[in-house]
Design a protein around this ligand. Structure first.
Ligand code: SME
Length: 211
């Protein structure tokens, strides 16, 4: 099957539970034989985004469309600048990677978005909160969420699912690697069925990549 066809959604799929199981299984096929997170997350974002566009009974490409799907990841996962500690400190701050204080924009589908999101000393936005609290946050109406970061003024609802590597730390503790973020044009675009489906996909992504 051509890779692009993995984002087709068969007419037999009616419920969100069936939809998310289908997307999960298609993603597992796409990621087989590849453990690099850049490639896997790129295809994950595209697959989820395009599958949702192809699921008109719940999202589709009209006024209930998902308008962004992507990842923010801790900056230590990205290539680091080749600088010594001394000249790193004197660099223009916008070129510093802020190792433990920021998530950086990762692979996504949709319009351009914020390049980074602060997570400490104070988390920013829905993404920062989901990362720090290590729990999925479902926002029915972004206007009512204090601190929501409006990357696109057309977004009305949002769901953010953290990516947690169980026992991934040197001390055996869990590590938060980033978040999976989806935005929708409609108020109340996402519900608990989407949360269950996306959390399973997040777990699949975590175990399918080297971090
Ligand atoms: N709205 C998010 C920021 C990321 S964009 O939606 C792509 C937030 O409040 O964290």
């Amino acid at each position: 099957m051509p890779h692009a066809d993995t984002s087709l959604v068969p007419d037999s799929i009616e419920t969100k539970a069936e939809f998310w199981t289908h997307v999960h299984d298609q993603l597992e096929i796409l990621m087989a034989g590849q453990r690099h997170w850049v490639s896997n997350l790129s295809n994950a974002a595209s697959l989820i985004y395009n599958s949702l566009q192809a699921f008109p009974s719940n999202f589709g490409d009209g006024e209930r469309s998902v308008n962004w799907c992507g990842f923010y990841l801790i900056s230590s996962l990205f290539p680091q600048p080749r600088f010594t500690e001394d000249n790193y400190a004197s660099m223009d701050p916008k070129f510093q990677t802020h190792a433990s204080t920021r998530m950086l924009l990762g692979p996504f589908s949709g319009k351009p978005a914020c390049q980074w999101i602060e997570v400490s000393p104070r988390p920013r936005g829905v993404c920062g909160d989901a990362f720090v609290k290590r729990t999925t946050i479902l926002v029915t109406d972004v206007q009512t969420y204090p601190g929501h970061i409006a990357c696109d003024g057309d977004t009305n609802s949002e769901i953010v699912c953290p990516l947690i590597l169980q026992k991934g730390g040197e001390d055996g503790k869990d590590i938060a690697l980033g978040v999976l973020d989806l935005d929708c044009l409609a108020i109340g675009g996402f519900d608990e069925d989407d949360q269950v489906g996306l959390e399973k996909i997040a777990a699949l992504i975590i175990r399918s990549c080297d971090w």
